[in-house]
Design a protein around this ligand. Structure first.
Ligand code: ADP
Ligand code: MG
Length: 488
């Protein structure tokens, strides 16, 4: 089922459909690089994590890192994809100063992972399947720094040789919204299984965005590719700009040139970088330094059995076992840390109440402080304790919100705050009766209105007065019951 609305874009001469395929580069979370023992730690001094292999010294031999292979297999399994027990590393020839070998070791015709599928989730609860064409292993290049010196370019080879998984989608997406949902889902999956940290700001996940347009029902149009986009928002903006640009050209009677374009996030536009290379331009050939990669199916089975619960399974379980709406479940499983937090809060408590507290109150408070759930000042146990205080009538839902605000500031336990601030709910009917008697005595007009039945809302006014008199601490159920008795 698609997002339930038409994704067509209106042009001057009729409707157009956007077609999007994404190539995601996800850096594997491994200690060492794909073919060398150098460290992959982010943020080190330039050129301090470079082995002789990464610097492409003559005669050095690459040796494959088993951990990287393992993470690629796990990711393939999490994408529901075909795992190829036999795959081949090729040399993809091109020259950049930050690629000292003069070629990148990649996989071309025989990748480690073949076809798969992922399910996109939309906020309205609808879903859509997108095909994965392949996942292959390859080396990352180093970095050229053009802004360090007026006339020279500096090279940092720390990233050279770091393991990347390139995940290639089928051209199945039809809007910027769907592309955003796809990138979020890939990020969620790799984070769940820990094969990549999914950090787009630090560049450990980046996307090449392929966009074409066509009339609905026609063959695929010619595509342009925007490379190395490092935020979901930028990817969506690039798609919207690019689709409009192509539609305008076609409606003017022009044709689209297949090319690589750059997305300029400051100007919000795409520009030509270079015309598109074809696979034969790279003169791919099997890397003679590396044997084909072969492993047993039994290893794949073992890795499959050890995978943690995946986001789709978790979402389905929250909906089926806890009766959560798809919207809530989708948000709660979007990050493994959120899911873990929620499951502690919800354990032995009302699932929907727990979901509301996490999604509404906790997220708003964390947002306001610019914090993520991992550094939440309120632990999941404490949030659970707060819910317990409402459930056992120690405090009202109203007062709980105040207590929560204090918890966010002090990280104190809710029971301590309730005790210190004297916020315990007044369930003692004697005390409530006293307040009601006083209010009735002070407000004869409202009493008459109630008795005459002319204003049915006046009972609400009385409840409000009692709550005010009790500083919000009177038990609302008791107040209602006693008021009705006293007013007759
Ligand atoms: P390359 O490796 O040269 O970039 P691929 O054939 O592997 O080319 O395709 C790269 C990406 O482009 C894939 O994600 C694919 O889905 C997407 N793609 C292919 N054709 C189109 C098209 N006409 N419009 C949009 N995306 C496309
Ligand atoms: Mg490409």
């Amino acid at each position: 089922m698609s997002a339930g609305k038409s994704n067509l874009i209106a042009g001057a001469t009729g409707d157009w459909e956007v077609v999007i395929g994404l190539e995601v580069h996800a850096q594997i979370s491994s200690e060492a690089k794909l073919f060398s023992g150098a460290s992959t730690k982010f943020g080190a001094e330039p050129n301090t994590q470079v082995s002789l292999v990464d610097a492409a010294m003559p005669g050095m031999l690459p040796v494959i890192n088993r951990e990287c292979v393992k993470q690629a297999i796990r990711t393939g399994l999490a994408l529901g994809a075909q795992i190829n027990c036999y795959s081949v590393f090729d040399r993809k020839n091109y020259f950049y100063a930050d690629l000292p070998q003069g070629y990148q070791i990649s996989q071309f015709k025989q990748p480690i992972v073949g076809k798969g599928t992922i399910t996109l989730d939309f906020l309205d609860g609808s879903t859509k399947e997108v095909g994965i064409e392949r996942l292959h292993l390859e080396q990352d290049a180093g970095k050229s720094l053009h802004d360090q010196h007026p006339t020279m370019t500096y090279i940092d080879l720390n990233r050279s040789g770091v393991a990347l998984m390139e995940i290639v989608s089928d051209p199945d997406m039809r809007s910027a919204e769907e592309a955003g949902a796809y990138l979020r889902k890939i990020r969620t999956i790799v984070r769940y299984i820990g094969s990549c940290d999914g950090n787009m700001e630090q560049g450990s996940m980046r996307a090449d965005v392929n966009v074409s347009v066509r009339r609905p029902g026609e063959e695929l149009g010619t595509r342009c590719e925007m490379k190395n986009i490092n935020s979901i928002r930028f990817a969506q903006q690039a798609i919207e700009y690019e689709a409009r640009r192509q539609i305008d050209i076609l409606e003017d009677g022009g044709t689209i040139k297949q090319e690589t374009r750059l997305y300029d996030s400051v100007l919000g536009e795409t520009r030509t970088m270079r015309s598109k290379e074809e696979a034969h331009d790279y003169r791919y050939f099997p890397d003679p330094d590396l044997l084909p990669l072969e492993f047993e199916q039994s290893w794949v089975d073992e890795l499959a059995a050890e995978l943690p619960e995946l986001p789709d399974d978790k979402k389905n379980r929250l909906m089926a076992d806890l009766n959560l709406p798809s919207y809530d479940a989708g948000i709660l499983v979007s990050e493994p840390e959120i899911a873990t937090y929620y499951e502690v809060v919800a354990k032995g408590r009302d699932a929907k109440t727990a979901a509301n507290w996490v999604i509404t109150n906790l997220f708003a408070a964390l947002n306001a402080q610019g914090k993520s759930i991992t550094d939440s000042p309120v632990s999941p146990d404490q949030l659970g304790q707060l819910i317990d205080l409402i459930t056992d009538d120690t405090i009202s839902g109203r007062i709980a919100k105040d207590v929560f605000e204090v918890m966010i500031k002090t990280s104190d336990d809710p029971a301590k705050i309730v005790e210190e601030k004297g916020l315990k709910q007044i369930t003692d009917t004697g005390a409530i009766e006293g307040m009601i008697d006083q209010i009735i005595a002070d407000n004869p007009d409202q009493v008459t209105q109630y008795a005459g039945g002319e204003n049915p809302k006046v009972i609400g006014w009385f409840v409000g007065q009692v709550m005010k008199a009790s500083q919000g601490k009177a038990n609302p159920g008791a107040v209602n019951k006693l008021l009705k008795e006293k007013l007759g």
